[in-house]
Design a protein around this ligand. Sequence first.
Ligand SMILES: [Mg+2]
Length: 414
Amino acid sequence: MVGLADCNNFFVSCERTLNPALENRAVVVLSNNDGCVVARSNEAKRSGIKMGQPAFQIKDRIQSGEIIALSGNHLLYRDISLKVHDIFRRYAPKTLDYSVDEAFLIMDGIPESELKAIGEAIAANCWDELHIPVTIGFAPSKTLAKIVSENCKKRGRRVGVLVNVESVRPVLQKMSISDLWGIGRRLSKRLYASGVYTIGDFADKDLWWIRATLGINGERSWRELHGEDCIELSHVQTTLQDSVSESRTFPEDVDDYDYLRARIAIYAADCSKKLRAMGGACKIVGAMLQTNRFHQERGVARPEGFLRFDDPTDDTVVICNAAISILERIYIPDIAFKRAAVWLGEIVPKQSVLPSLFDSQESIKEKASRTLLMKAIDNINISPGMPVLKLASQITQGHPGHNDGYSSSFQAPK
Ligand SMILES: [Mg+2]
């Protein structure tokens, strides 16, 4: 059996962990440039707001206070995403991270009779530890698990287990073919022309017809609907590895700018190293500070900023300088912070980065030699943990009670 664990209204649920005043309100999260709706609370869904709806269409309702609209806080979402996926891993022999808020749970060797209790435990844990509502559907295939979890969500149930594939037929008959995993809008249109409107219609077709009409991907979906688990994540687009991040909670609250600056530089350097290890280059860097949630009577402060590069980069120096410039912008004097993070986003394969039209011959040469320099640094810092070679900005005077090897005193590499 396969489970699909899916966080409900994920971005909105993340925002609610920081601001309880958002509970029971119609809340939407808007896309990067505040262009359109990318997440909706149940209240917002009920009030008729559509996924992807442009923000200007609901401007009046936002201004009147009926709907609360928030800009995306993607470092927060990534942070919580990692924790949610960690909880999933506690309960399943194997998990496949599918997106920022979904994972497939491969339950090989676990009796069907135990799945409901396991699902309940996962949902209870995510709620108790993180305050994130999660729905889990179990079925013989990934596609059916997705369908079960969708239906549970609609009915307000946390866990569903589908053992008998035939029993789901009436449900499939009511679901539009465009909602079938892996069948896009374009393919749906082609299917409408053949009288296939619902997922049930699709499952009722003969396999040879599906194969002839839609090829191997259609065949896999058909088999999945009949209970055969055959879609691998390499067949579909996953979206988790679109960012790299580093964050730490400090041993104590810190208001010392130099210390925070060194932390941000360290995390930026670590992220850059990870980025190069995966052969990527990033277009965006983000940095974030957060106050201690237990010491703040006025709620949690969480200043965050972004910087977009003209050309994708994997250069530690460029990324560190960018992260530090964000810190300068978001730092609030006299406030003690408990946590800092750096995040790299919009990652593209490094080989696909072409010299820009405006690059001079000089700067192309400069970039090539910087690539070699980064390679040399990575070779010297090959072992995990404390780097041997680091930027001056990564070094701090240390902090009381915090000896992590990044203090300015000389340490011979072991
Ligand atoms: Mg979700």
